[in-house]
Design a protein around this ligand. Structure first.
Ligand code: F6P
Length: 544
């Protein structure tokens, strides 16, 4: 594939960028009263208004040409058809097969994976039903009413954020805890609150070799066995989700309690697999299935819609525009919905672990920007914190606002205020406030002309800050599934433009290896001398 910066559309976009930098969105809106309507679309219960972006029709045309020139159509087809697009690990990338309700087969190495997808989903359903009905009993014959889900990274964030985001759909009779960190404070606190007779531990680890997850599970197991229980009782209280069934069984899990997953499911794309078991247990299988259906709808849209009407492609290419042509280094997600407060952290892992890379598929080092820093938090809280920087610093930060128009059991006054904050902030970021307007406000302030000018300078809001606004009627399971798939596909598109493999994560490996070496030094199994002097000093300080 030719170098990104040699693409024709890249050169066109480079020419357009300085022209657009001189334009203000305020004027774009004034000159075109169809702008909002033209730059909006709806799919899978998600309405996207992308009119508050620093783009023109010409810019969008070139962005979509760039996508074509980078082989996006072929890349999408390759992913959905099971090609080994994760080249460094020689693996297919098929999280989409886990939510494939099309009845079409999906082949990996000539083998249709759909029957095994269905078998595992049926197993998740059957187990969920047996827990909810009380058929699955703890060692003293009581029903399960508490789930402790242990995992980390993709084996944790998806289930946690989905369960949290769908709080209005959670079952009354099941409490769920998620433990990830190896910091013993967390598992200790959770174990202190749960009842050994009615608690089920779900251990989720694709590799079954992740330090944090193994240790937290061992701690949970030791705690369980310290409660007058026997080894045989473990089968009633511990289940595992893993692609390494052998290791799970060797660890002590009963074989029938291990939910398999395939190696073609990437960790940060795995909530759709049996990794979603805690979601099914917390919400009910019907809601888990609805999440998959919502994602499937987005998958269908992504594969078939022309780029200019394709929501993931539009979001991704706007991101490319800001990252590569308008100087942005980060992208903020601002949910105006308390239950969706964890979504920025979820997308942070999804996006930054996927596209936080600077080596292309050809093994070359890039000389252009790649994955941005993804960050953000609950909308109104952020307004009293970091929004100041977005409004008035000279760092360009594109943002996504996320807002549900209705919320179950919501007080209208609160929700009206929430909406007004969300829409009002998007408006303020776009239009800003001119120096002249600020000066006018100070007319009767009693200040001298010079003082007025200085103060007006401080109060001036440049505006022209881009944002997308994503509005859903209600964040129900289906809409959440579509929303997550939307961001997954955005990542694929951007990875394709930048020529990256979005599906490996070699950057996390070195830290794991060195961490294990340091542990050996801390535990006295290895000499300190092999470490640098700073690391030696820190270990000595810790151990003495
Ligand atoms: O952070 C690295 C990573 O490999 C993620 O990709 C993965 O989701 C996480 O660790 C946990 O891995 P596992 O599911 O194998 O325990």
């Amino acid at each position: 594939m030719e170098k990104l910066t040699n693409a024709n559309a890249w050169a066109e976009l480079e020419k357009l960028a300085p022209l657009i930098k001189r334009k203000h969105m305020r004027d774009m809106f004034e000159q075109d009263d169809t702008r909002a309507q033209r730059y909006s679309l709806e799919i899978g219960g998600i309405f996207l208004d992308y009119s508050k972006n620093r783009v023109t029709d010409e810019v969008l045309t070139q962005l979509f040409s760039l996508a074509t020139q980078r082989g996006l159509k072929e890349k999408i087809a390759a992913m959905f058809s099971g090609d080994a697009i994760n080249t460094t690990e020689d693996r297919a990338v098929l999280h989409t097969a886990l939510r494939n309700f099309s009845k079409k087969s999906v082949y990996v190495g000539g083998h249709d994976v759909m029957p095994e997808v269905k078998t595992t989903l049926d197993k998740v359903e059957a187990f969920t039903t047996s827990v909810h009905s009380g058929a699955h009993k703890g060692y003293t014959g009581k029903s399960i009413d508490t789930i402790v889900s242990i995992g980390i990274g993709g084996s944790f964030l998806g289930p946690k954020i989905v369960t949290e985001s769908l709080k209005p759909y959670q079952r009354d009779n099941i409490k769920v805890h998620f433990v990830a960190n190896v910091d013993g404070c967390h598992i200790h606190d959770v174990l202190a609150t749960v009842d050994v007779e009615t608690t089920l531990f779900v251990m989720s680890s694709k590799s079954f070799s992740t330090q944090e997850t193994l240790q937290n599970t061992l701690t949970a197991k030791d705690w369980f066995l310290s409660k007058n229980t026997s080894q045989a009782d473990i089968a009633k209280h511990f289940v595992a989700v893993s692609s390494n069934v052998k290791a799970a069984v060797e660890f002590g899990m009963a074989k029938e309690n291990v939910f398999p997953m395939a190696d073609w499911v990437g960790g940060r794309y795995s909530l759709w697999s049996a990794i979603g078991l805690p979601i099914s247990l917390a919400l009910g299988f019907e809601h888990f299935k609805a999440i998959l259906e919502g994602a499937f709808e987005m998958d269908e849209h992504f594969q078939s819609a022309p780029f200019e009407e394709n929501m993931p492609v539009i979001l991704a290419m706007l991101g490319v525009w800001y990252r590569n042509f308008m100087g942005a280094q980060s992208h903020a997600l601002l949910p105006y919905y308390h239950y969706l407060r964890g979504f920025p952290a979820y997308v942070q892992q999804l996006d930054m672990e996927s596209n936080g890379k600077s080596t292309t598929l050809n093994g070359l080092t890039v000389d252009y920007g790649t994955g941005p820093i993804i960050w953000g938090s609950e909308g109104t809280n952020g307004q009293h914190s970091f929004y100041q920087l977005i409004h008035q610093s000279n760092l360009p930060i594109p943002v996504d606002f996320l807002f549900p128009t209705t919320v179950p059991n919501q007080n209208t006054t609160h929700h009206n205020m929430l909406a007004s904050n969300c829409f009002g902030q998007a408006q303020a970021l776009m239009q800003g406030k001119t120096f002249e307007e600020c000066l006018q406000d100070l007319q009767n302030s009693g200040l001298s002309q010079e003082e007025k000018q200085v103060l007006a300078n401080h109060k001036t809001m440049p505006g022209n800050n881009p944002s997308n606004t994503l509005v859903f009627n209600q964040l129900d399971p289906k809409t959440l599934g579509a929303l997550i798939a939307l961001y997954e596909h955005k990542v694929l598109v951007q990875g394709c433009i930048w020529g990256l493999n979005s599906f490996d994560q070699w950057g996390v490996e070195l830290g794991k290896v060195l961490g294990n070496q340091v542990l050996d030094m801390i535990e006295g199994n290895t000499e300190l001398s092999s470490a640098d002097s700073s690391t030696q000093q820190l270990i000595e300080r810790f151990t003495n």
